[in-house]
Design a protein around this ligand. Structure first.
Ligand SMILES: Nc1ncnc2c1ncn2[C@@H]1O[C@H](COP(=O)(O)OP(=O)(O)OP(=O)(O)O)[C@@H](O)[C@H]1O
Ligand SMILES: [Mg+2]
Length: 219
């Protein structure tokens, strides 16, 4: 079974009389274990596509199957559960909660599901990401690259079916951006499925499969 199946997916934004087809009748699959990049000009629909797959945005038409479940047909509660358990999201601006420590930020998705953090698992993930000595820090005490590593740890803690990353290197300097890209490649080698939106050709070129989107169409 594919991890993601996108079928005839469209998203229309209406602003008064003016309509934008941000995603226009898109169909593709992502198999388990793939690392796929999405590139395209600003405004081409990359974020909208990712948000549809992540269940953050609702589709105007079409379907998104995650591990065989059509998230476009799920009710509000089911969708929230699917999002928490199947999707690991990494954003350009990290989206960490400033008043929580690194450890608290990482285990947040578990708390939302009333689950306890498995100490060994938490140690394994934080060691993998080089955060083991930062667990009691606040986000404001971290570098950009460290913040993004915390966001990746948070995305991994629920063992999601896929990591959706929307320009995760966009707010980082070159060295830190390269480091985050290397981490995503390492994670993928461990078997994690990743969909990566990026403006950087050189990062897209590191991905075994590249999707290019223009005016909402995948080519
Ligand atoms: N909430 C919204 N309401 C109205 N229009 C929107 C909304 N979100 C996105 N759009 C429009 O949909 C189109 C695609 O936007 P999207 O954010 O997906 O592009 P993008 O490829 O991620 O661009 P960037 O590279 O700048 O992040 C754009 O024309 C944008 O203006
Ligand atoms: Mg975007």
């Amino acid at each position: 079974m594919n991890t993601v199946e996108v079928r005839n997916l469209s998203k229309v934004f209406a602003q008064g009389e003016y309509k934008v087809k941000a995603v226009d009748n898109v169909t593709f699959d992502i198999a388990k274990g793939e690392l796929v990049s999405v590139t395209g000009q600003s405004g081409s629909g990359k974020t909208t596509l990712l948000n549809l797959i992540g269940g953050i945005e609702t589709a105007t038409e079409g379907s998104v199957y995650i591990d065989g479940t059509d998230i476009c047909r799920a009710d509000e509660k089911e969708l929230a559960r699917l999002r928490r358990q199947k999707i690991g999201y990494v954003f350009q601006d990290f989206n960490l909660i400033p008043i929580l420590t690194v450890e608290e930020n990482i285990i947040m998705p578990l708390l939302l599901d009333s689950k306890k953090a498995d100490r060994e698992e938490l140690d394994r993930i934080t060691r993998f990401l080089g955060l083991e000595n930062r667990l009691t820090h606040l986000p404001s005490q971290l570098s950009g690259g460290q913040k993004q590593r915390v966001a990746i740890a948070r995305a991994l803690i629920n063992h999601p079916s896929i990591i959706l990353a929307d320009e995760p290197t966009g707010n980082l300097d070159r060295a830190m951006a390269d480091e985050i890209m290397r981490l995503l490649l390492d994670l993928n080698r461990e078997g994690i499925t990743v969909l990566l939106v990026t403006h950087e050709e050189r990062y897209a070129d590191m991905c075994p499969r590249k999707l290019v989107i223009s005016d909402g169409h995948i080519s």
